[in-house]
Design a protein around this ligand. Structure first.
Ligand code: ATP
Ligand code: MG
Length: 550
């Protein structure tokens, strides 16, 4: 299912582990924190975690890393599951919650205290910073380090029982206040936080810190290879220290570089800011790099998987070009989307020699190269809409495909028509053009060896459906909106990233279901919006037909 990746140093590690017998079964996990919607960066992790399990016939757990009750919400849990399924992956029975291990984690914390490897520190966080010191100078021993095991056990019990205020103390690992790695200078393992937890309710007023929780979660689940992004590299010694001290199953943490994309931002916190400040219309706004936004826009799961596969898995930090992603989306949509006719800047054509009371139906293929995608019927009548750009008084060169007076053009799938006259308003704007049909040319017959320069799309005016069109462009005007550290990234929002226009659609499009994708011929790729109905048709422009010239 997953496209083979170009480079993947992690698979090399796994293959060595299988060959040496260190591992016989491969277990991975995708560990989202349910505090926001997934973005395309997460897709890279999902493809890697689930894709690796698939490749080696192992399993991948979906584990909700719900150790911070503040920001987490059920709404996100459902959305995350929907997005993973949409991408094409399945955790089967293997869905877990970090919060289900709170009891065990507490037990492990007590075990560390008993070993003299953890202590309760009553320094306020700000004061601890002073004790921790800087990378270039060693820290000092916090006072709590001298507590006896019994004192620590009693204090930790009190922390758990709610004796202390939030933030009054933390449980710390006793490691090395002089370590060059600040993460090893007695990091916090547990903190006091009176917050209602979506799963455990008010059972706990102490919660484990990420670094303590994550390695234990991986260990309890028998994860063999725990893949995470590069920022966790400096945390790895702590991951290893905790598992070694507890002497429990020891997964291998392996870091890879994050996916970044030009003209957007890839952090849940920043995306949440855009949502909260109404700079976009929610998480699934089609301008967003969230998976639900991309889905709504019409991007395909296959293109996203393909993109992640092409980028490969390395430790090199980079920002990938959105143009590459878009070209993969276009390739996929070109293969898979149904063709339809839509006129976005209409002028009226009157077919002078066609009966006013006649409607014919033409059968047009849904895809020019894929017969298996079937046909559709398109109504035809005396008055049509065509694109304004398909008429010109005097053609600039012989590449012009449309009408001018005297020019014969093919109306896609219907008849040949010759422009006989044009009507203009007092300002010289074209309001209508007149044509004569070659009535013998129906469906492409009767060409008699004549050459017809162009084929244009059209919509029967009598049957046309008026639709709202949402044209999307890049979310930011800057390639890297975060490059200028002194600026607020929100200053670089592209105010033209959403432009609402209208179009005249071929009538069958009204009956589309939300998310149905089309290529509007000669215009671009479009997708029926989630709010689309037959009565109020709305289409999102996924992408223009070709990449705009740089
Ligand atoms: P964000 O930085 O956007 O807030 P996060 O890392 O806090 O994301 P988590 O829910 O913790 O979000 O992420 C789940 C998994 O997805 C983690 O293993 C994380 O490393 C991975 N991940 C997050 N962002 C990216 C990215 N841009 N590229 C690749 N993997 C990512
Ligand atoms: Mg995170």
């Amino acid at each position: 299912m997953t496209e083979e990746t170009k480079t993947n140093f992690i698979h090399d590690i796994i293959e060595a582990d299988l060959a040496s017998g260190k591992r016989t079964e491969i277990v991975t996990r995708f560990p989202p924190e349910p505090n926001g919607y997934l973005h395309i960066g997460h897709a890279k992790a999902i493809c890697l975690d689930f894709g690796t399990a698939e490749k080696y016939n192992g399993r991948c757990n979906l584990r909700f890393d719900d150790t911070n009750p503040d920001a987490e919400d059920e709404e996100y849990v459902q959305a995350i599951q929907d997005d993973i399924k949409w991408l094409g992956f399945d955790w089967g029975e293997n869905r877990y919650w970090a919060s289900n291990y709170f009891e065990q984690m507490h037990g492990y914390a007590v075990a560390l205290i008993k070993k003299g490897k953890a202590y309760v520190c009553q320094l306020p966080q700000a004061d601890f910073k002073e004790y921790r010191g800087a990378p270039t100078e060693p820290g000092k021993e916090p006072p709590g380090r001298k507590h006896s095991v019994e004192e620590n056990l009693a204090l930790f019990e009190q922390m758990k029982n709610g004796t202390f205020e939030d933030g009054a103390c933390v449980l710390r690992a006793r490691i090395d206040m002089a370590s060059p790695n600040l993460h090893l200078r007695d990091p916090a393992l547990y903190r006091i936080k009176r917050a209602h937890h979506h799963n455990t309710g008010d059972t706990w007023c102490i919660y484990p810190m990420y670094d303590f929780a994550h390695c234990i979660e991986d260990s309890l689940e028998g994860v063999t290879h725990s893949m995470c992004t590069l920022e966790f590299e400096v945390h790895r010694p702590l991951y290893d220290w905790i598992l070694n001290e507890l002497n429990i199953f020891h997964p291998q943490q392996i870091e890879f570089s994050r996916l970044n994309l030009t003209y957007t931002v890839m952090s849940k916190r920043k995306l949440l800011e855009l949502v909260n400040e109404n700079l976009v219309n929610g998480w699934d706004d089609p301008r967003m790099p969230t998976l639900c936004g991309m889905r709504r826009r019409g991007f395909t799961a296959a293109a996203i998987r393909n993109f992640c596969g092409i980028l490969g898995v390395t430790k090199v930090e980079s920002i990938s070009e959105i143009e590459l992603f878009e070209s993969l989306v276009r390739d996929d949509l070109n293969e898979t989307s149904f063709r339809a006719m839509a006129v976005i800047d209409p002028i009226k054509v009157v077919l002078e020699n066609y009966p006013a009371d006649l409607t014919e139906e033409f059968e047009l293929p849904n895809h020019p190269k894929k017969e298996e995608l079937g046909i559709r019927t398109v109504p035809f009548s005396r008055e049509l809409w065509i694109e304004r750009s398909d008429y010109i008084d005097v053609p600039p060169n012989n590449k012009f495909k449309g009408f001018f007076v005297g020019r014969e053009v093919r109306l896609r799938g219907a008849y040949l028509a010759t422009c006989t006259a044009v009507e203009k308003d007092s300002d010289g704007n074209v309001i209508q053009i007149q044509c004569d049909l070659d009535l013998d040319s129906k469906g492409g017959n009767g060409l008699d060896g004549r050459k017809v320069k162009g084929t244009i799309h059209w919509v029967s005016a009598l049957h046309a459906v008026d639709a709202e069109i949402r044209n999307y462009d890049r979310l930011f005007t800057e390639e890297n909106p975060l490059a200028d550290k002194d600026a607020d990234f929100k200053e670089f929002i592209n105010s033209a990233a959403l432009e609402i226009t209208t179009a005249k659609l071929e009538s069958g499009l009204a009956k589309s279901k939300p998310s149905d994708r089309f290529q509007f011929e000669r215009i671009g790729y479009f997708c029926a919006d989630l709010d689309h109905t037959e009565a109020t048709p709305i289409f999102n422009r996924t992408l223009t037909l070709r990449a705009p010239r740089k």
